[in-house]
Structures are given as structure tokens and as C-alpha cells.
Write a protein that binds this ligand. Structure first.
Ligand SMILES: C[S@@+](CC[C@H](N)C(=O)[O-])C[C@H]1O[C@@H](n2cnc3c(N)ncnc32)[C@H](O)[C@@H]1O
Length: 263
């Protein structure tokens, strides 16, 4: 059930957003055409859809560690949840999974970091888009990570490296191993302070062509604040608000501009 603040955020988005024809940046115009409007079928979509449908029928209850939003401030809660519910509530939809897939095919990153694997649906969209890329994915909940591991095996996605632990604990150890970050998907612990801090940490290994994707940018007042602060960061040039997700570019050849695209 969307909250009043999400509904208001959506109305503001509708009011501000434009179509591809209102975009005067060749870079963003091409991105809309080749990524957002890309309807080319790919056999990976069929495989992920089949996996998702299987998981949506999985009534098996697993004990999960609920990080919720604000794991840095709260104690964790342990509880049982069905795999079906985890997927239904938290996994990326097919529409936005395809955005991740086409972004990866378009920008061809070699190294991808994901914060928040859950049972691995979004990880699979990125990993199958470019099997020679390496996808590092972090998940705090061990049982979800185990489920993800089994899903990666089912779809023969061999380019994924899983890390289990809290983002703020795992990331500092991971950075020296990764060295150069080409693509990041931040989808966990949706609170202001944490989101900005993950961005600042990831920036340390980013470069001119690194692409960042943030999920749930209008999910709460805190996430809106984090998104606006990230867009205003001096290293950021172009930002694209798709409402559910936000995309960030650091490319210095582009002039600083904020786009809100109807998607
Ligand atoms: C929305 S789900 C990720 C969904 C997944 N990206 C997908 O679309 O398939 C967010 C995940 O982040 C994990 N998480 C949240 N806060 C965390 C933290 N501080 N450290 C590690 N994991 C965290 C949760 O356990 C949850 O599985």
C-alpha cells in the first residue's frame, strides 16, 4: 500500500517528468532509446521470469534476518517469511529488471557491485546481461544469500561473487579487491544517512564512466533527501529520475543536468 508521501511524490514526478522528445541531451536521448525503450526480447528474460514464477509458488518459510531500513540504528529482527513473499515484496519487477539488463548491455561494465541481493533476481538481470563482467553482490541475511546462490546455479550465472554481511562492514573490505567500479546498484537499507554514505564509499573506486543506480529514490522523505543530495554532489553530472529508480553519471564531458523522465 503506497503511503500519502509516496503518492504526493508520484504526482510531483508526473508533473515534472518529460518524454524523450523533451530531452535535449544527445547522451540522454540515446539512453532513452536504447535502454528505456528497448523492447528487444532476450532469452535471459524468459529464464528469469520462469525462475521468478517458481519462487512465487514457493511457500517454504525461511528464517530471515530483517535488516529493514535502518540496520545501522536498530537491532535486527529474526522472523520467518515465505520465499514467495520475499520475492513479491522485495525483488525488482520485470520492467525495472530490464532497465538494469539494458543499462549493463549499453555501458558494458566489467565490474559491478550490488548492495542488496535478496534472493538474487536483480543480480541475475545484471549478470546475464554481460556474462564476462564480474558482479559482486552483498546481502546481510544469510538465508536469503543461500537462496540466491541456488538461483544463480539454476540459471548457470557463474560471474557472481557473493558476500554476506552488513554493507558498512563488507564494503570497506571489498573496495581494495575491486579497485575500479564500473556500475553500482544500491538496493538496500533505504535511509538517508546510509544511502549517502554508501554512495560516498563507492565513489572512492569510481571513475568518469561509472554508472550508479539507486532503487526506491522516492520511497520516503529520507530517500528523497538522499537522492537530491547525491544529484547535487560535485562529482555528479547527469541524473535521471525514473521515479522508482534513479541513475547517476559522473561523466565530465556532460554538462550538469537533472532529468525527470516519464517511464
Ligand atoms: C529490496 S531487497 C533487494 C532486492 C534485490 N536487489 C532484487 O531486486 O532482487 C534489500 C535487501 O537488502 C538487505 N539489506 C538491507 N539492509 C542491509 C544492510 N545494512 N546490510 C546488508 N544487507 C542489507 C535486505 O536483507 C534485503 O534482502
Amino acid at each position: 500500500m503506497p503511503t500519502i508521501s509516496t503518492i504526493l511524490a508520484y504526482l510531483r514526478y508526473l508533473n515534472k517528468s518529460g518524454t524523450r522528445h523533451s530531452v535535449h541531451s544527445p547522451f540522454v536521448y540515446t539512453l532513452v532509446d536504447e535502454v528505456l525503450k528497448n523492447n528487444k526480447p532476450d532469452e535471459a528474460f524468459q529464464r528469469i521470469r520462469h525462475l521468478r514464477n517458481t519462487l512465487l509458488n514457493k511457500t517454504q518459510q525461511i528464517e530471515i534476518t530483517d535488516f529493514g531500513s535502518g540496520a545501522m540504528e536498530k537491532k535486527y529482527v529474526f522472523r520467518f517469511e515465505s520465499v514467495a513473499k520475499i520475492v513479491k515484496k522485495g525483488s525488482v519487477s520485470e520492467k525495472y529488471g530490464k532497465v538494469l539488463f539494458h543499462l549493463v548491455q549499453h555501458f558494458k561494465p566489467q565490474t559491478i557491485i550490488e548492495l542488496g541481493s535478496s534472493v538474487g533476481i536483480s543480480t541475475l538481470y545484471m549478470a546475464l546481461a554481460k556474462p564476462d563482467a564480474k558482479v559482486y553482490t552483498i546481502e546481510g541475511c544469510t538465508t536469503k544469500s543461500e537462496q540466491a546462490s541456488s538461483n544463480f546455479r539454476k540459471l548457470a550465472a557463474n560471474n557472481i561473487v557473493q558476500h554476506i554481511g552488513r554493507f558498512d562492514v563488507v564494503l570497506p573490505d571489498l573496495l581494495p579487491q575491486v579497485e575500479k567500479l564500473d556500475f553500482a546498484f544500491v538496493d538496500g537499507n533505504h535511509i538517508y544517512k546510509a544511502t549517502v554514505s554508501y554512495f560516498e564509499t563507492l565513489l572512492k573506486i569510481a571513475h568518469n564512466d561509472t554508472v550508479f543506480v539507486f532503487d526506491d529514490i522516492h520511497w520516503s522523505g529520507g530517500m528523497e533527501k538522499a537522492w537530491n543530495e547525491i544529484c547535487d554532489n560535485e562529482q555528479v553530472t547527469v541524473s535521471i529520475d525514473l521515479f522508482r529508480m534513479g541513475i547517476i553519471f559522473l561523466n565530465k564531458q556532460l554538462s550538469k543536468q537533472k532529468f525527470v523522465i516519464r517511464f
